[in-house]
Write a protein that binds this ligand. Structure first.
Ligand code: CA
Ligand code: CA
Ligand code: CA
Length: 169
């Protein structure tokens, strides 16, 4: 059995999803990420933005479970993640963007102004809170601003996030 470099990279991403580090990904990891984002941006869980974030986290979890939880025990083990998610993400990276979109939209909303876009610095904060290493998040956020107006919108952050998790750098 040969592990490609690609599969090893995806396995490293497992650690990002496993927010509480207990060895498997489950709903609680997505709630943990949502909670951390709300604290970071000083937003109440009961607010509209807070509720949207938790709904997005649940949709993200359901999408991930649908792709990777092959035995249906509501936990994604490292093996399920590598064997289940890797192949599907590689075949269809857009799908990953789609399941992550409501969560990313809500996360960006915590930092965004009335026009729905955030500054590059705030976008970097969002990525860092989602487990992207800080030294990666800053330059990544800058490159997210594909139209160069100094702000990051959903149309920019979703493909970048999907790229980080699915495609060799
Ligand atoms: Ca976990
Ligand atoms: Ca499972
Ligand atoms: Ca922009």
């Amino acid at each position: 059995m040969v592990s490609s470099e690609y599969e090893l990279r995806i396995a490293a991403r497992f650690a990002v999803f496993d927010q509480d580090g207990n060895g498997y990904i489950d709903r609680e990891d997505f709630n943990t990420a949502a909670k951390a984002l709300l604290v970071e941006f000083g937003t109440a869980a009961r607010s509209d933005k807070g509720q949207a974030l938790y709904a997005g986290a649940e949709a993200f979890w359901q999408g991930m479970a649908g792709m990777a939880d092959r035995d249906g025990d509501q936990r994604i083990t490292r093996e399920e993640f590598v064997n289940g998610a890797v192949k599907r993400l590689r075949d269809n990276p857009d799908r990953f963007g789609e399941i992550a979109r409501p969560f990313l939209h809500a996360a960006l909303d915590l930092a965004a102004g009335p026009d729905g876009t955030a500054t590059v610095a705030d976008a970097a904060r969002v990525l860092t809170m989602l487990g992207v290493p800080e030294d990666v998040a800053r330059p990544a956020a800058a490159t997210l601003d594909t139209d160069g107006d100094g702000r990051v919108g959903e149309a920019e952050i979703v493909p970048a996030f999907a790229r980080y998790f699915t495609v060799p750098e």
